[in-house]
Design a protein around this ligand. Structure first.
Ligand SMILES: Cc1cc2nc3c(=O)[nH]c(=O)nc-3n(C[C@H](O)[C@H](O)[C@H](O)COP(=O)(O)O)c2cc1C
Length: 314
């Protein structure tokens, strides 16, 4: 095969996504005909980790409205990349602000135009609406999404509803008897199968065909119990986020009382409306089985959730 140049974009606060990217790309690194260019996004004003509650909540309006922050622009290079691996985490049902900022930069517009892009998500468990926004961001710069791989936290929804925020706000991954926060390390290691499949695809110039290279490898699994909640959540974030953005820039003192009011509102909704909505949604899912299945399959594109090639690349 011809020498291939692959651009790998990343940003990670805890190092989890970096670890995922390193495992995913390991088989590619081992191939002398593949050159990898790792680039880390650096916000000019770094986001804190662990977060304090105020800063954490104050980040939601800009996340949801895809408002970029200032990032250090990558240096110009002469490389004409064959493939882009774009890793990202989800913030408030949207791509995180650093990755959004990168996608809105001139550098990305120039380098990703007409290029095949594989998105690699590492998040708690709610990523469907974020990926819909990602599709628009990629379309805006005329990049071609050919695959999407998603790894989510190990604990169930109830556990991670507690463990993820505690991890973000304290840095601690282990709390009481709950499953440790974050993606299971074994799953991260197993993501090397995608790298192996990519090596084979690149050997056949597969990246030029504008179609999925990572199908049949259990790349994504949409949880039908979650995407309706994501839609409702996105609506609520948009309404409140719109009001808060009008009050001032992130960190401004005028925003603080409203941000805290929203947090209280959100917690009240979660303990009152969410359980009732869960029952209603269960009934709706039974009635609308076919339409829900169709939506699930749509959100799982382009890689799909088949597993027919697992044995070959495991
Ligand atoms: C501000 C913020 C908002 C988050 N919102 C979501 C979310 O809506 N859905 C989700 O699945 N995970 C969410 N997460 C978890 C992240 O996607 C991710 O798993 C975690 O931040 C670790 O990523 P890292 O590689 O940057 O350390 C959020 C994290 C932060 C910091």
């Amino acid at each position: 095969m011809n020498q291939k140049k692959i651009l790998v974009i990343s940003y990670s606060q805890t190092g989890q996504l970096t670890n995922l990217v390193n495992n995913f790309t390991k088989p590619l690194l081992e191939n002398p005909q593949i050159e990898l260019f790792y680039k880390n996004i650096e916000p000019v004003k770094p986001y804190p980790f662990p977060w304090n509650l105020m800063k954490f909540m104050d980040t939601f309006p800009e996340s949801v409205y895809l408002d970029p922050c200032e990032i250090n622009e990558f240096e110009d290079d002469e490389n004409d990349y064959d493939l882009i691996i774009l890793s990202y985490q989800v913030w408030f049902l949207s791509p995180s602000i650093p990755i959004t900022s990168f996608l809105k930069s001139d550098w990305a517009r120039k380098k990703l135009k007409s290029k095949p892009v594989i998105t690699l998500i590492g998040c708690r468990n709610m990523w469907v609406m974020a990926q819909e926004k990602m599709k628009v961001l990629l379309q805006d710069i005329e990049a071609n999404l050919i695959d999407n791989v998603v790894l989510i936290d190990k604990g169930n929804s109830l556990e991670t509803f507690i463990t993820t925020p505690v991890w973000m706000l304290s840095g601690k991954k282990e709390i009481l008897m709950f499953t440790k926060a974050g993606i299971c390390p074994k799953e991260i290691e197993k993501s090397q199968r995608f790298g192996r499949a990519l090596v084979q695809a690149l050997q056949n110039d597969g990246e030029k065909e504008n179609k999925s290279l990572l199908y049949g490898l259990n790349a994504v699994k949409v949880n039908i119990k979650l995407f309706k909640s994501e839609k409702i959540g996105t609506k609520s974030f948009s309404i409140w986020g719109g009001w808060i953005r009008k009050l001032g820039k992130p960190g401004s003192s005028k925003r603080k009382p409203v941000v805290m009011l929203y947090l209280i509102f959100l917690l009240l909704i979660i303990v009152t409306v969410v359980p009732i909505n869960m029952i209603v949604q269960t009934i709706i899912r039974i009635i609308n089985k076919q339409s829900i299945q169709k939506q699930k399959e749509f959100y799982e594109l382009p890689s799909g959730n088949g597993d027919e090639r697992m044995k070959e690349f495991q």
